[in-house]
Design a protein around this ligand. Sequence first.
Ligand code: IVH
Length: 673
Amino acid sequence: MNRTTAKKEIARLKELIVYHNHRYYVLDAPEISDAQYDRLFKRLADLEKAFPRLVTPDSPTQRVGAISKDKFSTVTHSLQMLGLENAFNAGDISDFDARVKRYLQMEGDIPYVVEPKIDGLAVELVYENGRLTVGSTRGDGITGEDITGNLRTIKSIPLVIDQARAGGVPDYFEVRGEVYIGKSGFVKLNEQREENGESLFANPRNAAAGSLRQLDPKVTAKRQLEIFCYGTGIVKGIEFGTHEEVLNTLKKWGFCVNKEILAVAGINEAAARCECLSGIREALDYQIDGAVIKVNSIELQRRLGTKTRAPRWAIAVKFEAQRENTKIRDIVPSVGRLGAITPVAELAPVIIGGVEVKRASLHNEDEIRKKDIRIGDTVVVERAGDVIPYVVSVELSLRPADAKEYLFPKECPACGSEVIRHEGESVYRCIGLSCPAQLKERLRHFAGKAAFDIQGLGAKNVDQFVDANLLHDLSDVFYLKQEDILKLDRWASTSAKNLIDAIAKKKEIPLHKFLFSLGIKNVGEFASKMLADRYKRLDKIYPAAKDELKEIDGVGETVADSVVRFFADENNKRIIQRILDAGVNVLPPEEKSPEKQPLAGLRFVVTGTLAGLSRSEAKDIITRNGGKVVSAVSGSTDYLLAGASPGSKLDKANKLGIKIIDEEDFFSMIGGA
Ligand code: IVH
C-alpha cells in the first residue's frame, strides 16, 4: 500500500472507531461485535506501525501515552470548580428550597434537576478546536493537577469531537464531570490486588482517585475508569437557557451523561426523586453517595450566585452511611482461586443498608495487625461500594477481656500444603498443585488458549468435571474417559468423543507453553519463554538454583523464588510426571532458522534522524530480524536507512547506486515488526 492510500484508509478507520467507541462506551448500544471492533482497531494499529509518520495524537491507538515524571504539573481552572453544601434529611431539603425562593423573592414551584451524586473524582476537560487539550483534577477548586495523559485512557472521553454528529462545537469549551470506577470494576480490581498481595482500596472513590493519580498511564488504562459529565466551565459562544439544555448538549457532543438524571417541577418532586434514587442505589453498577438537586434555569442560577466554596443554586442530598457496629464471632481462613489465603471474619449478623451481612474479608495478616482486630471485638462494618462488607475499625472501648488474637495458619486449610508469604507481599499462599480450592481456576488456565488450548474444556465443563469428581488435579485431564463423561448431564456420545479427541490432539506442546500451563505463581508467558529458551528441557529446570535462575533476562528474585519452590514440591513433580506418562510430548524451543528472517543476509547503514525510533532501536530491529548493521557505506551495503539530515552518507550511497529507504519502507520490509 502506498502512503496516499494508507492515509485515506487510516482516516476512514479512525472515524469508524470513534463512531463505534461512542456507541459502546457512551451510548451503551454497540452496533458491531467486540471481535469486529478489535479487527478495525488492529488494522489501524498495523497501518500506523507501517506508516509511523501518519500517527496523530488524536488517533484511538494513542490513548496510552508516556509516563509522567515524578509529579503532575498544576493547572489553574479558568472558572473555580465549586463544591456542594449538604442536606441530610427532608427538612434540610425544604430549607434549601425556601432559601432559594427567599433569595430570588419568588413564590411557587422552582423547576429543579435531580442527579445521582456519583462517588468518584471531579475532573475538568478542556477542548480546543474540537480536541481534548487538557484534563485536570478539581484539586482545591482553584488549581488542580494536570492528568491529561491518564484521562485520555478513559474510552468514554472523546479525544476528538465527532463534528458531524455534534453539529459543530465551540472553538473552546470546558466540560466537568465525575470519573468513577464501577462496582464490578472495583470488585475485580481489589480481587486482583488481593491475589498480587497489594493493599486494597477501601471503596470505589479511593480506587478511582488512586488510578487517576498514577504517573504511568498504562496502569490507569488497565483500571476500568468511566465518567459521567454533569456540567461545563467556560463555553465560548453559547448561552444555555437551562441545565437540562447543558446536559443534552453534552450528550450531543459525545459525552457520557447519567441516565437517571431527571428534571422536576418543584421541591416535592425533587425530594421524591431523591428517595427513589436512594431506593435504586443498590441496583446501579456505580456507587452513589447521594443526589444533587440543581436549579434548572441558568438565569436563576446566575441570580443566586455562589458563596465562597459552593453555589446557592444546588445542594447535595447525602444518603445514609452504610455502616453498622457488630461483633466478630470468629476468624476463619479461606483459600482463593489462585491460592491466596484470606482471613474472613464471621460476624454477628447485622443489616447494613437493607442487606444482611454475616461475613467480612479481613484481607491479610497486615490489615489485621494494623487495625488490631481480635476475635470477640466489636467492629464498625461498612458496605464499601455497596458491595463488599469491610471492617473499618475496632471499637477498642468495647473490647472484652477475653478477646483473642488471630494466628495465621501454617498449612493450607484446603489441602494441607505449605503456605508461604513472598517478600514484599501481604498475603499467604498455598503452593499445592492439587489444592481443591484452586483446582477449577488452575484447570481453566491449563486448558486455556495460551497453554494447552484444549477446545471444549472451558470454564463450564471444568466446573462440571470437578464437581463430578472426574478431575482432581491437572494430570487428570489426560486420563478423562468418554464413558465417565457420558454419565454427566448435557453430554452425548458425539460431544464426549469430540472432547476426548480434542485432548488427544494436544499431546504435543512447546516447553514454554507447558511451563505456563502449570500456573506457577509469578511465571507468566514471558518468563516461561525465557526459562524455556535457557533450559530447553523440563528436567533441566527442576534442579536449577535460585541464583542461576536470576541470571536469566526477565527473571527476577520473585520469579526465581516461585520456580524453585514450585519444583521443590514433590506433589507438583508427581503431577507433572503423570502428565508426561499420559503421552504428552514437551517439545524443546524451536531454533529460528536464520534464512527465514526477513532481513537475513542484508547489510544496512543507518543515518540521519529517524522520526518514530532512535538509531539504536533501528539497529536493534535490524539485527533481531537477521540483518547486519555496518557503519560505512560501501559497495557491499544493501540498504541505507535514511532519516532527516542524512549528511554525506546519502551522497555516497547515491553515487554507488545503493537502495535508499525511509522508515516506512523499512517497516514494510519487516512486515510492521
Ligand atoms: S455538581 C457547582 N453534580 O460532588 C456544582 N457534583 O460535593 C458542583 N459530584 O466536586 C458539582 N456527582 O466531585 C455535581 N451530579 C453531580 C455530581 C457531583 C458527584 C461530586 C463532585 C463535586 C462534589 C461536590
